[in-house]
Design a protein around this ligand. Structure first.
Ligand code: ZN
Length: 255
């Protein structure tokens, strides 16, 4: 069974047909879904989803693109949410130099609260980073993080991939690798050990090549697996087994 390690199944665009989306995922061999909350108001929502669907787990955090002036206050209640059943990660959190209502120093301050919490618990981070790797790497280096985390939706060079992997981070592989023009990212993904990879969709975002403009959904993890199998020239069965081991190592609370 495959895992979608990053899927925003709590978003409104799934309200009308969430059961069907999950049925299609299961039919495509995607048996487990991790839903990272993007803001404090989503924390009860993702917890409720995990309560309603036994194959859904979640993370809690504040995404830089969804942050507000209140985020620094809200993030203080993060530790108690991490104790809740079904919570398997801290995130989504990170830095975004393109599209956040907060300045980069404010985002760093918000991320800092997540990192302090992460240094005290055995949970991995689900990290979003856009055009800010030069800030993220040194900020991560200032903390001792027992479970490290994943650079979700990784896109970048071999050198950048190596920087994260040597620090114990995983790379989240999604629809990007289905685009031939994403040559640099495809090469970077192929250059790291397979045991550092997790599959994800980032649904409803990051549609696969040929699906642009449509809502992405967790069933497409199966197509990401096939694309990765071709890219790495590995049989998809063996690759799926390795990825399942990666998931249990990464999400140690995943049942
Ligand atoms: Zn996301």
């Amino acid at each position: 069974m495959l895992t979608d390690s990053h899927c925003h199944l709590d978003f409104d665009c799934f309200d009308a047909d969430r059961d069907l989306v999950l049925q299609r995922a299961e039919a495509a061999g995607v048996g487990r879904i991790v839903v990272p909350a993007v803001a404090a108001e989503h924390w009860p929502r993702v917890r409720a989803l995990a309560g309603a669907y036994s194959n859904v787990s979640y993370g809690v955090g504040i995404h830089p693109c969804f942050a507000t002036g209140n985020s620094l206050v809200e993030v203080e209640s993060l530790p108690q949410w991490l104790q809740q059943p079904g919570c398997v990660a801290i995130g989504e959190c990170g830095l975004d130099a393109v599209n956040s209502p907060l300045s980069l120093p404010e985002q760093q301050q918000l991320l800092e609260r997540h990192l302090v919490v992460a240094s005290e618990v055995q949970l991995p981070l689900l990290l979003h980073v856009r055009k800010a790797h030069h800030l993220l790497l040194p900020q991560l280096d200032r903390h001792s993080l027992p479970r490290a985390g994943v650079i979700h939706g990784f896109s970048g060079s071999r050198e950048l991939a190596a920087e994260y992997v040597r620090r114990g981070y995983f790379l989240g592989v999604g629809g990007v690798i289905t685009y031939a023009r994403a040559r640099k990212t495809r090469e970077a993904i192929a250059s790291v050990p397979v045991d550092a990879l997790l599959l994800e969709t980032d649904s409803p975002d990051m549609p696969l090549c040929g699906q642009q403009g449509k809502r992405n959904e967790p069933a497409s993890v199966q197509s990401v697996l096939q694309a990765l199998s071709q890219l790495l020239d590995l049989p998809s069965d063996a690759l799926a087994e390795q990825l399942a081991r990666n998931n249990s190592r990464f999400f140690n609370r995943l049942v």
